[in-house]
Design a protein around this ligand. Sequence first.
Ligand code: NAD
Length: 453
Amino acid sequence: MEKLIQKQKDFFHSGQTLPYAFRIKQLETLESALRDNEKLFEEAIYNDFKKSSFDTFTTELALIYSEIKEVKRNLHAWMRPKGVPNNLINFPGKSYILQEPLGVTLVISAWNYPFLLLFTPAISAMAAGNTVVLKPSEIPSATAKVIDAIITASFDPQYVAVVQGGVTETTQLLKQDFDKIFFTGSTQVGRIIYRAAAEKLIPVTLELGGKSPAIVTPSCNLKMTAKRLVWGKFLNAGQTCVAPDYVLVHESMEPSFLATCRHEIEKAKYAFDNDNYCQIINDANFKRLVALIDKDKVYSGGTFDAATRYIAPTLLRHISFEDKIMKEEIFGPILPVLTYTNFTEALQQIKSLPKPLSAYLFSESKKEKKEMLQTVSFGGGAINDVVMHLANPNLPFGGIGASGMGSYHGKAGFMAFSHQKSILQKANWLELPLKYSPVSAKKLWFIRQVFKW
Ligand code: NAD
């Protein structure tokens, strides 16, 4: 690992990653490598958790291609020095900001969208002119192998390298002198990464998890609400960081909300009953999830099969914040539905919990939208939809508090891997004597006037 990092350092210091043309060419190489090997990616991810080729394209590859397109369209503008107004005390001169690559970067990713969560930050790192070490999750092992093979065949490891492995290898990586660590994973491991980075004062972006709420109010369009919620919750069998973790629905509409959701699940039977529906990633998660299903509270679903690691899309009712399922991030196809009587109190309840990665409101009321957006702190989210905000590269994506720090996608990703180097460039045709000795009361008076201006 030391050798690999040293090689990347030498390559970075050679300046070869700096030119715009180099960065574009490398992004094109990455895109071709992905497009040429789509079949391999599909097979690997199917082996790992039975993800369909439809979902692999729509929720992973398509978003990666769209990110590359977005970067190629804007990189020139993002790289340009940005002039800012100069101030009077620095006259005569000009002030501007340079976007400087950070150097040798490390991207560690989670298992649930194994391509998207690895390649999207890698695209940002490459666009910003860095070298990058990729540490895919070891859990989808077939996928990790394919990523390694394809990246190793397409890039010189002094520029982009893959290190496979789990806790031991990541711990080793964390001892190296990176210039940036970008981590996607659980809040618990996020703390370990942050601590290791702090030792070496390495800047981090932490994309973590948590319990993302959805609030459903009586003013909502119920049919559309159920359709979008059911899709976003059970996509990837609920193994999505921004999936609505639980729903808070007004008590007056709980029966109709549950019935409409069940209807939507039944309508989508094709998607949930065959090869279009993901498995739970491994036995440990399967057991954890099954233990969260309180049989007495099942409204629909609740069935499972250990041999195929299948859990039916499940709706739970009569849930309170005291239930076990409300004490941890679910990360599976189980949707607990809680009720509220007062909208402001429901928001207070959300605010009493750690700040979520996402929050969703289904409402047609201007007042409710304003109250929710102004009073609840969360990473990002949607009104009258779920999950889809992450598919717009113009929206910085990231958490806050326990759900993470920093953001990426589009320009935010480029900035996450760049240092803003501030430059004052002075002209030599004039030098005001004010700051030089001998000082005097008159000079001080003059300086006071300048600072008032
Ligand atoms: P995880 O934290 O267990 O693992 C993430 C990465 O950290 C993996 O590459 C793993 O090898 C490594 N790792 C695990 N334990 C480690 C340790 N002790 N020391 C060093 N490295 C270690 O997360 P996961 O199970 O892969 O993913 C699920 C979590 O990720 C959920 O909480 C989910 O919400 C979150 N997530 C967040 C986002 C986001 O964009 N914010 C996206 C996907 C997943």
